[in-house]
Write a protein that binds this ligand. Structure first.
Ligand SMILES: [Fe+2]
Ligand SMILES: [Fe+2]
Length: 268
């Protein structure tokens, strides 16, 4: 896990996951060093990722006031319960539906939950955070977060893109990759993660893109893309075209067997 700074008040805890045939998917969590510190998402649910060590190098968990869970998929909830245990003051910002999904794994004490629906805001001392559902998502409880002070939009799965290498996936800026290859990887991810994008009413979908444009975020901070500054218009155009991207069809059994022949045998 790498720790990057995208601005003086935002640290990125950058992990990645290799997906055979797809690439290296960035898996970021963010620490917003607001007057009341906020952790946005909590990494992969895989052992040995070093999430808490990385977090502690940025902020003492005792000082964490808020955990913003964009949605309860397992690539976002990895260290959630450990963090809540070690951050006794922290409240979990999420939605009613997400609390229900989380309760299948472990009950979250309701007095530690702060329910925030799209359009609602929360003051964290030196800025306001506004809940905004991204145009693309893979979980009905998804809610992103706009920080009016840093002009950053934490977009959850939206805008994600698999990268060619682990190094690129954990880099501190999307600018190391060419725009054309990022756009094509974003369309791939959009069709993998939100296959319903091909069935939407185009004009209604574009309304959600325009609503995000109206926030005028300077920085897009996706869980699945290196930080992107000054690229909002480019990425909103990418989203607007996503319904017309090639639908994703995953490998079938024959393709899997072909893949397996290329893997090194595991020694006993
Ligand atoms: Fe997801
Ligand atoms: Fe995700």
């Amino acid at each position: 896990m790498r720790i990057n700074r995208t601005s003086p008040d935002i640290a990125v805890l950058s992990d990645e996951l290799e997906v055979p045939g797809i690439g290296h998917l960035p898996v970021n969590a963010y620490v917003l060093l607001a007057a009341e510190p906020v952790v946005v998402d909590t990494g992969l649910s895989l052992p040995g990722r070093g999430f808490m060590d990385a977090l502690e190098s940025v902020v003492d968990p005792i000082d964490v006031e808020w955990v913003w869970l964009t949605h309860p998929d397992r690539d976002h909830t990895g260290s959630l319960f450990e963090l809540l245990d070690r951050a006794p003051r922290a409240r979990l910002i999420t939605t009613f539906a997400a609390v229900g999904i989380l309760s299948c794994e472990r009950q979250v004490p309701l007095d530690r939950v702060y329910l925030l629906n799209p359009g609602q805001s929360l003051d964290v001392g030196d800025r306001r955070l506004t809940a905004f559902r991204p145009p693309l998502f893979d979980n009905p409880s998804t809610v992103g977060c706009f920080d009016d002070r840093s002009s950053s939009y934490f977009s959850s799965d939206c805008f994600g893109a698999p990268m060619d290498t682990a190094e690129l996936a954990t880099s501190d800026d999307i600018g190391y990759c060419g725009s054309a290859s990022v756009r094509s990887a974003q369309h791939l991810w959009a069709t993998v993660d939100s296959p319903w994008v091909h069935t939407v009413d185009q004009s209604k979908f574009l309304t959600t893109v325009s609503a995000l444009r109206a926030l005028e975020p300077q920085r897009i901070l996706s869980t699945h893309l290196p930080p992107a500054e000054g690229r909002t218009e480019e990425y909103l155009d990418m989203l607007a075209c996503a319904p017309h991207a090639d639908p994703f069809v995953g490998p079938d059994q024959a393709a899997l067997e072909q893949m397996l022949t290329g893997f090194e045998p595991v020694s006993p």
